[in-house]
Design a protein around this ligand. Structure first.
Ligand SMILES: [Fe+2]
Length: 155
């Protein structure tokens, strides 16, 4: 990929967007599992979402956000706080199905937050990044990606 036409930045954003799509699909599956009262399946799906978000969040926070926080400190801090909230509820399923009978409802609330969070990133952060970051910045974002990998299916 070249450094001049923006194709590198678009590929990076496309990867983040496809991870969002995978997560949104899994959120749909969690809702289906809730409808049949299958907390075990909900926990399994929560682990799947957490696994996708692990490297994804690193790329956002160590990559994109690091270049945006100077201009948008409040927005970046709010998005990072949402990451921590979402991670905490997903982590409750890390070792199995949470015994707490309140967990499925808490998970659904958190996944609603996650859906809104994803829209904020796609409608706000990603377009802002495409304007604000230069080729060197995108190299740094890609270096984070190269370090943490992705669970996206590779071609
Ligand atoms: Fe994201």
């Amino acid at each position: 990929m070249c450094e001049y036409c923006g194709c590198q930045s678009l590929a990076t954003i496309d990867e983040l967007t496809r991870e969002h799509d995978m997560v949104v699909n899994l959120i749909g599956e969690v809702r289906a599992a809730l409808a049949i009262g299958d907390a075990g399946r909900m926990a399994e799906l929560a682990r799947g979402i957490a696994a996708i978000l692990g490297p994804h969040t690193e790329v956002e926070e160590r990559g994109l956000f690091a270049f945006l926080t100077g201009e948008f400190p409040g927005q970046v801090a709010a998005l990072e706080a949402e990451h921590r909230t979402i991670e905490a509820v997903l982590a409750q399923a890390a070792d199995g199905t949470p015994a707490d009978p309140g967990w499925p409802a808490r998970l659904m609330d958190t996944l609603e937050l996650l859906r809104e969070h994803i829209l904020k990133e796609q409608d706000g952060v990603f377009p802002a990044a495409l304007i604000a970051l230069d080729a060197t910045d995108w190299d740094a974002v890609e270096a984070v990606r190269a370090r943490v990998g992705t669970l996206l299916p590779q071609p």
